[in-house]
Design a protein around this ligand. Structure first.
Ligand code: SAM
Length: 400
């Protein structure tokens, strides 16, 4: 059987490619397309034999696409038009133009791809772009299923709630019953092979900044065992505790690098002083972390969790009466926690990138954070591709 011919659009550093490989599908990426030169350097470094087209998607002609004869399209279009925080320009945002071009060209292809997987941010499910995509898929004869999934459902201690769609041509059925609702967990027939329980939704904790996040709790209002003298709501603390007690999720320590040069990754004093009360601090024994965004390592607020490297220091003793101290004293106390950023490799580990995945030496740490912040969870993609390819009767994978 010939391997499936896969077109990877908006390829970035190749998270979708890694997911395809991990899914075990007999498949070959026949073209990857992205305009970002830095992302393309990383892609080439990891997939030297994959044809990489460093051009804009709307610049690809129908003829070029027909020549690819793709069986599958994998794509993660830019998310800025659909993010919940921001202007939410949707289809009128210029960054949605290339995606609308994909929708326009899909019905005109000589050979309609049998499979499509799309990843985007939460918020896409209620966008006009999503509605346009569904109309196109239905008119081309696809069946599809939409999801909102986050890595904790696969036992990964990192929140990254994302929209996914898998679609296949109607001639082939899914191995599960599709529904019009957006699934927040893997379908039950697919639970067994990745330890996802049907009662455990895949949403994970997203710990988005709450509107009332500014309410300073007094210690007695806090849930037992979570006496943090920080700006956190009771709800946030409850969520953290629940996540940390969920033994189906691995501990962060399983994803950390050995022998990290801590000094290189410590938060600078200015950030410590300015953001001490809003940092999301986790220990290696925690079973959660917040979503790492492209500003991680550069901006502090809401860009991802910070690791407490000094594990023997009691965080509550550091935060107690912090407000009453001078800056110098505050800094001295906070420094005992050895608060550091997760390294790019550690974030790649949480995203599920294989150990062999790497960056060319010339890619700076800031660029690595940026690229990883734009990327996705490889394990979730792998499970979805495997689910998409599975046929109902044989419960084996389809092939060409
Ligand atoms: C959400 S990121 C995709 C990340 C990718 N899945 C990964 O694992 O790294 C979106 C990507 O689309 C690329 N992009 C945005 N607009 C584009 C366009 N019009 N043509 C080609 N690539 C585009 C960006 O450079 C970025 O790398």
């Amino acid at each position: 059987m010939a391997p499936l011919r896969v077109l990877e659009l908006y390829s970035g550093v190749g998270g979708l490619h890694c997911g395809l490989t991990e899914s075990g599908a007999s498949a070959e990426v026949v073209a990857a397309v992205d305009v970002n030169t830095i992302a393309n350097e990383v892609y080439k470094h990891n997939f030297p034999s994959t044809p990489l087209w460093p051009k804009s998607i709307e610049g690809i002609s129908l003829k070029e696409l027909d020549a690819l004869s793709a069986d599958m399209i994998l794509m993660s279009p830019p998310c800025q038009p659909f993010t919940r925080i921001g202007l939410r320009g949707d289809v009128s945002d210029p960054r949605a133009k290339s995606f609308l071009y994909v929708l326009e060209i899909l019905p005109r292809l000589q050979k309609t791809p049998r499979y499509i997987l799309l990843e985007n941010v939460k918020g896409f499910e209620s966008s006009e772009a999503r509605d346009a995509m569904i109309r196109t898929l239905e008119s081309c004869g696809y069946i599809y299923q939409e999801f909102l999934l986050s890595p904790p459902c696969l036992g990964i201690p990192n929140s990254r709630l994302r929209y996914f769609l898998i679609a296949k041509l109607q001639a082939e059925q899914f191995a599960f019953q599709t529904t019009n609702t957006v699934l927040e967990e893997f379908p039950s027939a697919d639970i067994s092979d990745h330890g996802c329980s049907s009662s455990a939704p895949c949403l994970g904790g997203t710990l988005q900044p709450d509107a009332d996040a500014k309410s300073l709790l007094s210690p007695r209002q806090c849930p037992e065992g979570a006496v943090l003298y920080k700006l956190e709501t009771a709800e946030q603390l409850h969520r953290k505790l629940n996540q940390d007690n969920d033994a189906s999720v691995q501990r962060l320590q399983d994803f950390l690098e050995e022998n990290v040069e801590i000094r290189q990754h410590l938060l600078p004093p200015k950030s410590l002083l300015r953001y001490a009360l809003i940092l999301d601090i986790v220990k290696p024994t925690c079973r959660r972390s917040t979503c790492f965004t492209k500003g991680y390592g550069h901006y502090v607020e809401g860009t991802g969790s910070i690791l407490q490297a000094a594990t023997d220091v009691e965080i509550s003793s550091v935060y107690k009466s912090l407000e009453t101290l001078s800056d110098e004293e505050k800094l001295a106390k906070l420094s005992t926690l050895k608060l550091r950023y997760f390294t790019p490799r550690e974030i790649a580990n949480l995203h599920g990138f294989p150990a062999a995945f790497g960056f060319p030496d010339e890619i700076t740490t800031k660029q690595r954070y940026r690229l990883l912040g734009n990327s996705l969870n490889v394990h979730l993609v792998a499970k979805l591709i495997a689910l998409m390819l599975r046929s109902p009767r044989s419960n084996s994978q389809n092939s060409v």
